[in-house]
Design a protein. Sequence first.
Length: 290
Amino acid sequence: MKKNSTKPSESHLVPKQLTPTRLQEYGVGIFNAALTKSALKKALKKKQITVDGHIASTATFIKGAETINIYVPEAVGPKKKLILPLDVLFEDDYLAVIHKPAGILVSGNRFKTIANALIQNIKPSQHPDAARPQPVHRLDYATTGILLVGKTNSSIRALNKMFENKELNKNYYAITIGEMESKGEIISEIEGKKSQSNYTVCQSVISERFGKLNLVELEPKTGRRHQLRIHLSSIGNPILGDKTYGIENLILKGKGLYLHAYSLKFTHPFTNENLHLKDELPQRFKKIFV
């Protein structure tokens, strides 16, 4: 089946390949219109990508020398500018690390997202394959903390691959409710897939309303949706402020979710520098644990 003759938004000529690779793997980061794996899959599902003039799918393999085109409809109507200052914790010409505030989506169909705010907060890369800054992983709407951003097509691809290969260590802090063992690991299936989180209780305080509150360091070994929230709830220690997985009569309303992405540790894919980047605990954590 041939794509119609409308002009492609972007084109890419595939260099020689040693082994065939699925397009949904190879194509991550090659188009500004679909930089991430999820965006690429959406474009494939909408039949917006062709390989040598034929509509591609998730089953398409790339062998080398093909021309890949993406056809994305132009946005209609005036574009609004999102004004949302973000704290930049680290930045070079390949990547950046920012603080994600609570109550905002990382990406998606809404206007107010971190992805839409990045362009005004991140300096453009000077590399030839510079791309629109793009988050390379997600944090929940209510979660605060450290978020990694790619600034070039090659860095977006490399960082996505590092997440897939578990070459980045992520640490979180949460405030949980109830008595807990000093440390442990939680292993379960989430949506049919194995998941694991390790935890260490750093500090506990007596609470008149909640009995006991704990400052807990968390290390997710897998990256399932809502994993830390589900895991802590499953052992009877839900995160303070969790309206979805909390205990009904112990829901803290109006204060947000006490879950914070604290640090990222990884080797820079281009400079080989060992990075250990941190986003200090929010003030509301410190009010409970001085």
